[in-house]
Design a protein around this ligand. Sequence first.
Ligand code: MTE
Length: 302
Amino acid sequence: MAYMSKLKYSDVTPRAAYMNRRQLMGGAAGLAAGLALGPVLGASKYSVDLEPNTLEDISSYNNFYEFGTGKTDPVKYASQLTIDPWSVEIGGMVDRPGTYGLEDILKKVTLEERIYRFRCVETWSMVVPWVGFELNQLLDLAGVQGSAKYVAFETLFRPEEMPGQKTVSLEWPYREGLRLDEALHPLTIMATGIYDEPMPKQNGAPLRLVVPWKYGYKSIKSIVRVTLTDKEPQTTWNMLQPNEYGFYSNVNPEVSHPRWSQAYEKPIGGGLFAKRQETLKFNGYQEEVASLYDGMDLVVNH
Ligand code: MTE
């Protein structure tokens, strides 16, 4: 495969061919990234049939305030983050609390490719071919107790390597949370890669959450702590502006942000003349997730 030495086949091959190739190659596709990722299964029934953005788009236009508030700060400064070794502290209402090494976790979970829509609250959107595993698999390792109702997540706090943490742009560490049923939903993944690359540092290496029916800020990056609790956890953006950023943060074109409409989105990567698109309720995942919110007022619980 010498011809692929510079370009990844995903850079030069149309998506359908890329997916077939990945399915054919099975474990071999994961081999290049294998040391970091382990074997990867092929296309998932949860993937959307849309053309993914390029790796270049996905890894050069980011929000990662630990490295600055500008869209290109993460790609400029994230390389200084050390991610090896990495472990996740799992605690609270679990049977087996403790420090879980990432390498050990990866031996016990099933990695899959998931092509998901990704919608930022700022109204831009992308389609991302994540590689990851269902969060429910990680929670199973720790053994969730019956009393748990929520899952809280925290990002690494390491100001020597994350210059944004020396500022007060946000309260550190970055934190997020999900209701337990949201966390257990098969669409909710812990992502470890994009295309056949290990997760770029600017995208939240080595392990970040992806919840495709919620605004992007719920998808917390570079996670070091997961806590099972019976109280709704505090979340970074909600602490900053509770009326603008609710706990649920489900993508909803009918509920405007106080300062702008959420009815439309601008796909990144379409060039100067890219058309805006209508935003879909639950970011297009209505069929899979709407029942989680039966009987709830989605304006009050935005
Ligand atoms: N996680 C941490 N730790 N810090 C952040 O600043 N930004 C969030 C989310 N996760 C953020 C984070 C926001 S606002 C968005 S839109 C997504 O990450 C962006 O993910 P991407 O850069 O991979 O597109």
